[in-house]
Design a protein around this ligand. Structure first.
Ligand SMILES: Nc1ncnc2c1ncn2[C@@H]1O[C@H](COP(=O)(O)OP(=O)(O)OP(=O)(O)O)[C@@H](O)[C@H]1O
Length: 458
């Protein structure tokens, strides 16, 4: 029999999308839009997993979690949360939630978390001592999984400049345009700016402009009133209002239609929005960060992107470097993604063989950090021993080697440089290994192994 999932979220279109996706994967899904509805259905029906937003119109998801746990239902609870609610979500894990996933929701990620939840029996409320042990790995796993944090900084010159720019612009209210190829970490950069800004306690709302159908764009950005068009069954809060006080991240901004560009520009200039079907204007205070992987200046020249909007979005621009330009960061990221994959897949792979390391440094990484993350996860899954070997890497990697190896960083890179990076990080962290590991983007255990491997004197 298929497992039963209850989705609790007041965003109806999101619920419908998730239901369709999960039903295709063979689950039996029921949607409700408030905590009250959830409570009443839970009185009469059993669900294997409850997937609830932390913020609900009547109560919050935490109260729903408490109800489920105090009634000792063997139901697993997964929370859906915005970046600013991570602390609450971690506390929720201490109260017995299985895990949390960050918004915007990635369907594959949620599917993976649901499958993990189903494979484990639900816990009753855990005690404080147990919490210390169980909550920590879950937290870091979720952070890694959700692409929230930690943010790996890297040690290459490109990274140094990138982080100087982030630190410089973060405390201001300037709009930022992040330009970079797909998978270079543009959303990560945007989020990093947000958490270093005065708006950090307010929402960070990420919108994939390429995924918004033209007809629904006004309602998605500005919200709508119930009954304002066919299918508007309830009032909907738009992204501008949801991000009020915080940051609105417009990913793939070049994909917006010309009409929507006009509406956006108006909203940004006037700092007011009007939901579809409403006569009332709502004042909004948002900072905009936009990202693009196409040349927007070219799009302006072609007449596809409005010049006035371009200038409004581009008060400050940041270039997200390609992974192949950050040779000195490659192994730092590789180790970080290895840890993530170990957590995720409950494995304990120790590292990469020398040929794999060499290949990582010569490969062009056309899909950048995202490609590396996926390749490493797949390799960890396929690895039977302690070390990732060349045989588990995808064939394309051997066909797409960098043609012209840059002379600078890459040729210097060897295990000697890794040793140097470790020593530098240790010195910078005044030999505090936890801090040094954080600087390097690896965990303490990996750092200990490497200190042993290179025989570093402490
Ligand atoms: N600094 C970082 N530290 C750790 N992981 C990172 C970092 N930057 C990016 N990643 C990882 O790389 C993946 C791709 O990053 P992200 O989604 O931010 O890229 P993007 O440039 O916005 O991609 P797209 O152009 O496809 O929208 C993320 O899932 C994340 O796991």
């Amino acid at each position: 029999m298929s497992s039963k999932i209850l989705v609790v979220d007041d965003d109806i279109s999101f619920c419908v999308m998730l239901k369709t996706f999960l039903e295709k994967k063979g689950f039996n899904v029921h949607n409700v839009f408030s905590a009250k509805e959830a409570e009443s259905i839970l009185e009469n029906e059993f669900f294997d997993v409850v997937l609830t937003d932390i913020r609900l119109p009547d109560k919050d998801g935490i109260e729903l979690l408490q109800l489920i746990k105090t009634k000792s239902f063997p139901t697993q609870v997964i929370l859906m949360t915005g970046y600013t609610e991570i602390k609450t979500a971690v506390n929720a894990i201490k109260m017995g939630a299985f895990d949390y996933v960050g918004k915007p929701i990635n369907p594959d990620e949620i599917l993976h978390t649901i499958n993990q939840a189903l494979s484990k029996k639900a816990n009753p409320i855990v005690t404080q001592e147990e919490t210390e042990i169980t909550a920590t790995p879950s937290k870091s796993k979720s952070n890694a999984q959700n692409n929230t944090f930690p943010f790996v900084k890297g040690i290459s010159d490109h990274s140094g400049q990138l982080h100087d720019y982030i630190e410089l612009v973060a405390p201001t209210n300037m709009s930022v345009l992040i330009i970079g190829d797909s998978g270079t970490g543009k959303e990560y950069i945007a989020h990093s700016i947000h958490v270093q800004s005065k708006r950090m306690d307010k929402p960070f709302i990420a919108v994939d402009c390429g995924a918004i159908p033209k007809d629904l764009a006004s309602s998605e950005f500005f919200g709508h009133l119930k009954g304002s068009f066919t299918g508007a069954f309830n009032d909907k809060t738009g992204h501008f209002e949801a991000a009020n006080g915080g940051t609105l991240f417009l990913d793939e901004v070049g994909n917006l239609s010309y009409e929507v560009q006009i509406q956006l520009l108006r909203a940004l200039q006037e700092r007011k929005i009007k939901p579809v079907g409403s006569n009332n204007e709502i004042a909004v205070d948002i900072r905009v960060i936009a990202a693009t992987n196409e040349d927007l200046q070219e799009a302006v020249k072609r007449g596809d992107f409005r010049e006035d909007l371009y200038h409004r979005l581009n008060e400050f621009s940041i270039k997200a470097p390609r992974l192949s330009e950050r040779k000195n960061d490659i192994l730092i990221f590789a180790n970080y993604f290895l840890e993530m994959a170990n957590h995720d897949l409950e494995k304990d792979i120790q590292g990469f063989s020398q040929p794999v390391t060499d290949l990582f440094l010569t490969y062009d990484w056309p899909g950048n950090l995202r490609e590396m993350k996926n390749i490493i996860k797949r390799s960890v899954l396929l690895t039977r021993g302690d070390i990732v070997q060349k045989e588990v890497l995808p064939q394309e990697m051997f066909e797409n080697l960098t043609q012209n190896k840059p002379e600078s960083e890459f040729q210097l890179y060897s295990s000697k440089d890794e040793e140097k990076a470790i020593v530098e990080a240790l010195e910078k962290a005044k030999f505090n290994k936890t801090k040094a590991a954080q600087l390097l983007g690896i965990d303490r255990k990996t750092l200990y192994n490497k200190i042993k491997l290179y025989n570093i004197d402490l």
